[in-house]
Ligand binder design. Structure first.
Ligand SMILES: Cc1ncc(COP(=O)(O)O)c(C=O)c1O
Length: 422
């Protein structure tokens, strides 16, 4: 049986698989053909820089208005993982700790905050109350809050995108509604309501929550819908992470080239966050950056889309229930934008079972004292299930969320993981 047929069978039976993208091309070729370019990432970076004075004042916990996470070596976790799984891992093992990202506590902050800031800037420019050379700390003034309060922002979310958009929109003064899917955790809804955000709860999956948000904004000129399934701005906000990561790698003295490659593992829901980061990394490091998406076995929407060559797939139509504790990854259909942009770029996708998420979460807590949410743990298995790298290479597990996870809920996840570790 051809390999992809076997993989598809396993995917349909919700078994863990690793898929290597045979349609991947030398990255320079697809990158040349895409409508989004490296210049767009640099523009996004420059826009975030313009907003730093505003962010510094509105969120003093940021580093001078820059929202960035640490990159750390994980010696102890690597050793413990080798012992537990009985396999040696070549190369360095680093953690990209978006689980500590200030303001919104997850990878979704990168895109979500960026798109809200861009929208605010567009509105203020159109109204001629802001110019590109101004010090953007003026956006904290009451007059700007009054101006933005005439406008609405809306988004569909499994939780973390809503948190990032809700928090920053409310800080600017927008009226903001978040449509939450059935998988969204109660604590995320409570958190948003405390920040003055209107939360609308849906009993159906993520795609329906997005559809409803889109419908409510249609026809209202003062309403702006942030579309996680199609937004180029979200995508560019995520892509800026690659520029920041490049600086961090340099400061650790890590040089990326074909002989010393970088292998990155990115938890994936609709594909926007991992897609944007992959796009940025391929621009910076070419084929020396190998990017793997990670999905839950019960919600492998991007993988199914790739295997069926169909960007409209819905996992439920294939008898896959979409039920997983990895709420951020509980997405039934992929982003069409990402399917188009990433088809020939990504190196592969692996899927992971929920039990493994708990095991890895507990192992990481015991090894490195990190608090992450189950979705984020998906990245940690990468070195064991993808391509081996030379000893001079580097693995990065992208820890995509966890900062605001309430301690009691984290404790429950940890206890479950400890039990499974035996
Ligand atoms: C913690 C976490 N990791 C990863 C992702 C995946 O991002 P995307 O849906 O853009 O693929 C999400 C999405 O909400 C998330 O919350």
């Amino acid at each position: 049986m051809p390999e992809t047929t076997q993989i598809l069978q396993d995917v349909l039976q919700m078994k863990p698989v690793t898929w290597f993208n045979e349609e991947k091309e030398k990255s320079a070729d697809p990158l040349k053909k895409l409508p989004v370019t490296f210049l767009h990432i640099q523009e996004a970076q420059a826009r975030l820089q313009r907003f730093a004075p505003f962010l510094k004042e509105a969120f003093p916990e940021t580093e001078n208005g820059v929202i960035e996470s640490p990159l750390r070596e994980a010696h102890s976790f690597k050793k413990n993982m080798e012992n537990y799984y009985g396999r040696k891992i070549e190369g360095r093992f680093l953690l990209k700790c978006d689980s500590e990202l200030k303001v919104a506590g997850s990878i979704k902050a990168r895109g979500g905050i960026y798109e809200v800031l861009k929208h605010a800037e567009d509105l203020a420019f159109q109204a001629k109350i802001l110019s590109i050379t101004d010090n953007y700390s003026v956006l904290c003034n009451e007059s700007f809050r009054n101006f933005f309060s005439q406008y609405k922002i809306s988004v569909g979310s499994t939780g973390n995108l809503g948190m990032s958009i809700g928090i920053v929109s409310a800080a600017l003064g927008f009226q903001v509604s978040v449509h939450m899917s059935r998988d969204a955790k109660q604590w995320k809804k409570d958190f948003l309501r405390k920040h003055g955000v209107t939360v609308i709860e849906h009993t159906e999956d993520y795609s329906r929550a997005v559809e409803e948000g889109r419908r409510q904004c249609a026809g209202d000129p003062r309403a702006y819908f942030i579309d996680d399934e199609n937004s180029v701005d979200l995508f560019l906000g995520y892509a800026v992470a690659a520029l920041r990561l490049q600086t961090q790698l340099e400061s650790l003295g890590i040089h990326i080239c074909e002989d010393t490659p970088l292998q990155v593992y990115l938890p994936c829901g609709v594909g926007g966050a991992p897609g944007g980061i992959t796009f940025g990394l391929k621009h910076l490091f070419g084929d020396a950056a190998r990017c793997y998406f990670v999905e839950p076995t019960h919600s492998p929407s991007v993988l199914l889309g790739m295997l069926k060559n169909d960007d409209s797939v819905r996992v439920v139509d294939y008898g896959i229930d979409g039920l997983t504790e990895a709420d951020g990854l509980a997405v039934g259909s992929p982003s069409k934008l990402v399917m188009g942009l990433e088809r020939y770029l990504i190196d592969g996708i692996y899927t992971i079972e929920d039990d493994d998420l708990y095991r890895l979460l507990a192992l990481l807590r015991d090894s490195e004292d990190c608090k992450i949410e189950p979705s984020a743990a998906a990245s940690l298995k990468g070195p064991l299930v993808t391509q081996d790298i030379p000893s001079g290479g580097t693995h990065i597990a992208w820890l995509t969320g966890g900062l605001f996870l309430p301690e009691n809920i984290f404790r429950e996840c940890y206890e479950k993981g400890k039990e499974l570790l035996g």
